[in-house]
Design a protein around this ligand. Structure first.
Ligand code: SF4
Length: 93
């Protein structure tokens, strides 16, 4: 979990456990600019973290994603593979 030290929420991690309203929107906005958003989201998905905003996704959003993609056994690998393919994909027309 080397990525934790780079998280934008590291100074106030309690903010990421907002459950509704403006506080929840603000938590997601912090994640949107975070350099380790994908690592954070992968961790939450792989460990079935049940509360808080991780990688800009709420608990409800993560549960929905897990239901949509039951075949993914490692979200860390899934995102890494996607990133690799994106880096090597030919430029668009
Ligand atoms: S993605 Fe969000 S919750 Fe995860 S480390 Fe970054 S700011 Fe914190």
């Amino acid at each position: 979990m080397d990525w934790v030290a780079q998280g934008l929420c590291r100074a106030q991690p309690e903010r990421m456990f907002a459950e509704e309203g403006a506080a929840l929107k603000e938590a997601k906005a912090v994640c949107a600019g975070c350099p380790v958003r994908i690592e954070c989201l992968a961790y939450a998905l792989d460990h079935r973290v049940g509360h808080g905003v991780w990688g800009a996704m709420t608990q409800r959003e993560r549960r929905a994603l897990l239901r949509r993609r039951p075949g993914v056994t490692s979200w860390a690998e899934f995102f890494e593979t996607a990133r690799t393919h994106q880096d090597t994909a030919p430029a668009g027309r």
